[in-house]
Design a protein around this ligand. Sequence first.
Ligand code: SAH
Length: 365
Amino acid sequence: MREIIERVGSAQRPAVEDLARLIGLEKPEEIAELRESANRIKAQTVGRVVYFRGLIEFSNVCARNCHYCGIRLGNRKVRRYTMPVEEIVEVARWAHLQQYGSIVLQSGERRSRQFVRFVEDLLGRINAATNGGLGVTLSLGEQAPETYRRWFQAGAHRYLLRIETSNPALFRALHPPSVTFEARKRCLGLLREQGYQVGTGVMIGLPGQTLEDLARDILFFKELDVDMIGMGPYIAHEATPLAAAENAFPESRRLEMALNMIAATRLAMPDINIAAATALQALTPTGRELGVLAGANVVMPNLTPVKYRQDYLLYPGKPCLDEDAEKCRHCLRGRIERLGEEVGFGRRGDSRHFVGRTAGKAGRE
Ligand code: SAH
């Protein structure tokens, strides 16, 4: 164990077998050793500080039909909403007042000119309402180069776009033909060129996925040299085609694998930001704390107004569906501090990795 952990931590390109071994660990004492090592590396590189990213799921209107997602176009049972721009700005202002360093704006995927303009205008208003003091991450899917450029200029500086899986065949099985692995990868390159802090991630425990696939996902993150990772367990949503697929991993195992995956990623990429995704908490009430203890340094408190939350179910079992942002804030702060970690209030908490790789370049930031 010790040797594997050390090899993964020091190799330029860790071996697939080593990574797969760590991700698949099942013995409690081995799991503890892995996660403790990862948490130690985190403390040494990015510190024992957890940053809050207030998540605003501002619209569930979506033009795509991903086989796993509860708000896919084909799910006619979903009541579709888009929050009015003033309401979104109000939530962002609240986050700023609470000293959250950043927000994440997430929605279904749309590419119409109207949508592009809506987001651009929204970014300008959020900036004005918070004196540019709030970090803004976008999670709005695949877009044209020009759109990424406009949103960056309007004030967004981080972008999350999950690759979902780095196995192209599995990617094809999870998406309709209009959604391609190549396009997804191209978008990740465009975002980097544009100057965003780039985040990606995968779902863990998908039907047809293997431990080797997950090991290669980490190598993919490393090759792409990403700044941030957000990943969590796959959770079947009954109104999606993928729910019928057989899965080799029961949910409890997926949770375990997701935590091991966070730890292995921290070992392989010590200075990036890693989020303890909300999906962890959907499988167990303390999921996000476990994520932090396994090496994550970002959590995303949900700031979506309660009246919309029932309609933004990418997967079932999402926590706090009836708890407003104020309650979440107090409960989450306590949870993090009880772990002996500090909450990075008032700081943006940019990815160390990004700061390092762009240092010396004519300066933004
Ligand atoms: N439409 C945007 C953002 C919303 S989806 C986009 O596609 O980027 C955000 C993430 O939720 C997806 O990337 C996917 O990894 C995750 N997700 C969707 N359905 C899920 C499910 N059933 N279980 C776990 N995660 C899921």
